[in-house]
Structures are given as structure tokens and as C-alpha cells.
Design a protein around this ligand. Structure first.
Ligand SMILES: Cc1ncc(COP(=O)(O)O)c(C=O)c1O
Length: 389
């Protein structure tokens, strides 16, 4: 059981605002904020390189805690500046030839489609698997779409624009049977529900720091399965990712850190490490159960309000709740709630465009619950919406 009073006390803004925008950017727990500020102060006091040498164990903690969270080894983790950067680093290191195929789903994140369009110019085809009548990824269609030309399966575990939790382990099984690499974009699922890479069977996985992991902005990570690493040479390698032997030769580092850049924000990495340690301590099973339960409460309370429509689809739903209301645009809903101390966001940009286009939706209001949120906060939002009518 999560000690809600404690986690809310560790999150000072909870006393002032109802932050239901955790799929946008969550609130850092005090421990993550303190670790980051303390690191910055040390840099200010003794110098950046000197702090890095003195605080090696803080840096190592990021890799250890991430490995604990995902059930992998620290050597399989690379620190990146966002989910998209992690995904791009992996994707563009794969070698595609004309005629190759990429398989993805309609619920996949928008930025990835930019890369698919770039690859199409080289003759690489992308197959976009749709959803069944329930709103779930059509697994049968996904399996059927694989053939000898398929070089990659990639999908978002939870989309940006809805609560659907896709069956990642099922896709992992299909990918393994077909011997096709599988990259899971766990941007919204990391820190929201348990994500165990060995159980899922993905080849690579990407995550961002600022959302459900509750880390600082501008942070993210990449997991790459050790057995696959041997085949991978990052496209944009710097001297940190290799051992430079002489003017003509280098040797790649053994682990996933070959994907990292030499220069990163050290304080932010320490902050993300502390945020992940906090999630590990609270416990991902308990977090996942509470987020799913709060999501269900929110959908129920919103559906009870005349004029409000909940749009989430799928048989397993998490803490992202999308809705619309007659007489108010999603932007107006967001602004109105914000003036009353409730943070939500609007979903409708490029991130979820492929799915929204297929559903004929322009934009939706999006409330995204985390474990430190309460039923009272959801009731407050629902009450405000009922009054606004
Ligand atoms: C499902 C999903 N994937 C990827 C991303 C991109 O994450 P980042 O902004 O950290 O690159 C987002 C951001 O909203 C997302 O919702």
C-alpha cells in the first residue's frame, strides 16, 4: 500500500494544485529535486569535472536504479535527453535497404512517423497496423503483416492521446517468433505501470524522464538488449562511445553507453536517477494498480456529467483520460480548469495525429493521473466541469 500522505508531503505542489498533467510533465518528488540542486551547488562550489569525479556513485545510481526498474543490467542502459532522442538514436543506427518493411501501429507516437517518411525516400515501406472494434491494437493484423522483408516492429506502449495500454509482451512474443527486432516506446508507461523488458521481450526500449518517471525535464533513456548491441554501431558516435585506438581505428564500448554523448547535463541525470529510485521504493506494482484505479474513477466521474464524453478506447486502460465537453473546446476546458488550480492538457498535436485522424478527432482534453493524485482532486475537476455547463 502506498502511503499517500507521505508521497504528497514529498511533492510540495500537491498542497496548492491538483496536478492532473502527469502525461505532460509530472511533479518531481523532493528527493529528485534535492539531488539535482545539491549536485548543481557542488558544481558551483568546486567545478563541473571535479564534481563528476567526486560524485561518481550518484551517476552510477542512475544506471543501477534504471536497471532495477526495467529488470535489465546497468550496462544495457544509456542516458539520453528525451524519449525521442533515445528512439532516434536506436532507429537510425539500424541499416535499412530498399524493399525493407517497418511495422508499427496507429497508436504510435507522431515523431516516429517523421523517420518512417524519411526512410520511405529510400524505398522502405511502413505498415501501420490498425485497431480492432474495441480500440485495441489488432494483434492478428500485426502478426499477419510480418514477412521476410520486415526489419523492425516499433510501437508506443501507451499512446500520448488516450488510456489504451497495448499488450507489449504479446507483441514481444510475435516479434521473437518472427525473429524481428522490437522497439518499445515506453514513454508514457515508464513509471505509470511496471515495464519489465525481459518479460516483454523487446530488443530496445525508450523512456522520458519528465512524465510518469517524475524526473527533470530534458532527460530520458534507452535500453538495448545486450545480445543485440553487438550488431549496432550508432550513427552519431562520439569519442565517449568508443575507445579511439589511433587515427584510423576505434573500438565500440561494450554496453549501451556507446549511444550516449560525452557532454550531458550531469545534474539532471542524477535527478532522474533519484526519481527512479523513488519509484522503485514506492513500488511499481502498487503504483500501476493505483494509477489504473484512479483512471477508472476519473472516467466514471466524467461520464456522469451531462455533455461530457470520455474517448478512451481499449480493453486495458491506464491513467490517461481523454474527454470532450459540449460548448467548450479542449483548450477552453484546460484554461478554465487551470484558473481554478487544476492542471490538465490538450491532446491534438502531431504526437497522436495518426490515431486521431483515423477516429475523426481534432483534439481532446487530457487528464493524466499519477499515484500521488487523489479521488478528491478528480472530484474537484469533475465538480468544476459540472458547474461550467
Ligand atoms: C507515447 C509518446 N512517445 C514519445 C513521446 C516523446 O517524448 P519526448 O518528448 O520525451 O521525446 C511522447 C511525448 O509526449 C509520448 O507521449
Amino acid at each position: 500500500m502506498i502511503d499517500i500522505d507521505r508521497v504528497r508531503a514529498d511533492t510540495p505542489a500537491c498542497s496548492r494544485i491538483a496536478h492532473l498533467n502527469n502525461a505532460g510533465s509530472s511533479l518531481m518528488p523532493g528527493a529528485a529535486y534535492d539531488a539535482m540542486i545539491d549536485y548543481l551547488q557542488r558544481e558551483q562550489a568546486i567545478g563541473g569535472y571535479e564534481t563528476a569525479a567526486e560524485r561518481e556513485s550518484d551517476t552510477a545510481r542512475f544506471y543501477q536504479e534504471a536497471a532495477r526498474l526495467y529488470g535489465c543490467s546497468p550496462e544495457e542502459i544509456a542516458y539520453c535527453e528525451s524519449d525521442t532522442q533515445a528512439w532516434l538514436k536506436f532507429f537510425h543506427s539500424l541499416r535499412f535497404s530498399p524493399g525493407d518493411r517497418i511495422v508499427t501501429t496507429r497508436l504510435n507516437y507522431g515523431s516516429h512517423f517523421v523517420s518512417f517518411i524519411q526512410k520511405a525516400e529510400l524505398g522502405v515501406e511502413t505498415v501501420v497496423v490498425g485497431c480492432d472494434a474495441n480500440g485495441d491494437v489488432d494483434l492478428h493484423g500485426l502478426e499477419k503483416s510480418l514477412d521476410e522483408r520486415t526489419r523492425l516492429i516499433t510501437m508506443s506502449h501507451i499512446p500520448t492521446g488516450g488510456g489504451t495500454i497495448s499488450p507489449a509482451a504479446e507483441v514481444g512474443r510475435i516479434a521473437r517468433d518472427a525473429k524481428v527486432p522490437f522497439v518499445l516506446d515506453a514513454c508514457q508507461s515508464s513509471g505509470q505501470i511496471p515495464v519489465r523488458v525481459r518479460e516483454i521481450g523487446c530488443t530496445a526500449m525508450t523512456a522520458t524522464g519528465r512524465k510518469y518517471l517524475r524526473g527533470p525535464r530534458g532527460t530520458g533513456l534507452l535500453y538495448v538488449e545486450r545480445s543485440f548491441l553487438g550488431q549496432m554501431e550508432p550513427t552519431a558516435l562520439d569519442q565517449h562511445g568508443v575507445e579511439l585506438l589511433d587515427a584510423n581505428r576505434f573500438r565500440l564500448l561494450d554496453g549501451a553507453r556507446r549511444f550516449e554523448n560525452y557532454e550531458v547535463n550531469h545534474a539532471a541525470r542524477v535527478g532522474l536517477g533519484a526519481a527512479i529510485a523513488y519509484a522503485n521504493e514506492v513500488g511499481m506494482e502498487a503504483i500501476g494498480e493505483r494509477v489504473i484505479a484512479l483512471g477508472a474513477v476519473c472516467r466514471q466521474l466524467l461520464s456522469d456529467i451531462p455533455g461530457v464524453t470520455v474517448h478512451d478506447r481499449g480493453s486495458v486502460l491506464g491513467g490517461i483520460v481523454t474527454f470532450s465537453m459540449s460548448g467548450m473546446s479542449p483548450r477552453e476546458i484546460q484554461q478554465y480548469l487551470h484558473t481554478h488550480g487544476v492542471n490538465i492538457s490538450v491532446s491534438g498535436g502531431a504526437g497522436g495525429r495518426i490515431d486521431f485522424q483515423a477516429r475523426g478527432i481534432d483534439s481532446l482534453a487530457r487528464a493524466s493521473l499519477h499515484y500521488f493524485n487523489t479521488r478528491e482532486e478528480i472530484q474537484k475537476m469533475a465538480g468544476l466541469l459540472a458547474q461550467a455547463r
